[in-house]
Design a protein around this ligand. Structure first.
Ligand SMILES: [Zn+2]
Length: 92
């Protein structure tokens, strides 16, 4: 099928990774939530979420380039990103 948008091949909702800004299916990404004090990984927690590839490079980019703060409309302390660790999805 020539000319089909790439997103049509993805099943389910498509989200943009806050790290690399590439679009991906929701099932390929993890969801970070910010409750005003703590950063956590959860697909079900209420509130604003930020979607991220399960890739340390995307987490680092999201923190350093301000993607997280933009997604949550609040400054996210680097210490909270560090607390999640390099592989927060492993503990989710
Ligand atoms: Zn990414």
């Amino acid at each position: 099928m020539a000319g089909e948008p790439a997103a049509d091949r993805l099943a389910g909702p498509v989200r943009t990774c806050v790290g690399c800004r590439r679009r991906a299916g929701q099932t390929e990404l993890i969801r970070l939530v910010w409750d005003g004090q703590r950063l956590a990984v959860s697909r079900t927690a209420p509130g604003r979420g930020a979607w991220l590839h399960p890739d340390p490079a995307c987490l680092t980019a999201a923190s350093r380039k301000g993607g997280l703060s933009r997604a949550f409309r609040a400054p996210i302390p680097v210490s909270e990103v560090d607390r999640l660790g390099e592989r927060p999805w492993a503990a989710a």
